[in-house]
Design a protein around this ligand. Sequence first.
Ligand SMILES: C[S@@+](CC[C@H](N)C(=O)[O-])C[C@H]1O[C@@H](n2cnc3c(N)ncnc32)[C@H](O)[C@@H]1O
Length: 286
Amino acid sequence: MILKEIQGVFHKELDLIYGKEETDSFFFLLIEAYYGLTRMQLALQPGYKAGKTDTILEALELLKEEQPIQYILGSTDFYGLSFKVNNHVLIPRPETEELVDWIVSRQKKEKQQQLNILDIGTGSGCIAISLAKSLPNAKVYALDVSKEALKVAKTNAELNDVEVAFVESDILDKELVDAGFKNLKFDVIVSNPPYIREREKKMMRPNVVNNEPHLALFVKDENPLKFYEAITYFALDNLKENGLLFFEINEYLGRNMIRLLKDNGFNNIQLKQDIFKKDRMIKAFV
Ligand SMILES: C[S@@+](CC[C@H](N)C(=O)[O-])C[C@H]1O[C@@H](n2cnc3c(N)ncnc32)[C@H](O)[C@@H]1O
């Protein structure tokens, strides 16, 4: 079958769900992954015949069911690196790249000889691994409660050729998490914990709600800062003097986050917007 014909089928089946442009971007990602052909190369060879078509047609079926393209491809890019993903891990988001970049820029200026970093709720490992890659003087630790997520994160550390110490633990279980990090103090603690309130679900795209792990996404409406509270208390005990706490946050809860950190004695608190001008990350010194 000629690839251009398959592109036509994609538009016929998917334009109503995703629109023309997004459908094209899915199609080009898939032909690059399955046939090693770029958009430009296809334009130059419009009569290109695909030998095997089952995989791309299976991908079309999954896209019709609104499965995320990253899960279909099994990988995604983050901070210039490639990460394996499956439905046990959140798909790394561009706003999280901004958080990583904030930490990298700050730490590069500091020119510390050696530092300890901990990423809480590591998922695919995107934050921990990107930090380990960009800050070779850092010893990076990463924890998650999900065994399956940690499997993915470990594979990603190997693929990206970095060392990260992965720990299975529950940040909400103080005794367990304290036992896991006895006598260890950190220069930087970072977390992108679950922060979407149940009531915000209806504003989300179905492909996220129906496919990405709810363990990674949602918190109860009554206590949306539950993870931030636990991590703030943990950071009070486990950050070195002048250590830094970085969070990705719910865009609607910036003020509450400032209050939480102030009430716990953190200082030099800085709220930062993402490229869409949403309050998206916060940093504070212990
Ligand atoms: C929003 S995701 C962030 C994943 C990744 N760090 C990223 O930025 O793409 C939150 C992560 O927290 C983990 N998590 C949820 N509850 C947890 C708990 N009680 N203790 C530790 N990790 C938890 C989830 O498994 C998930 O991987």
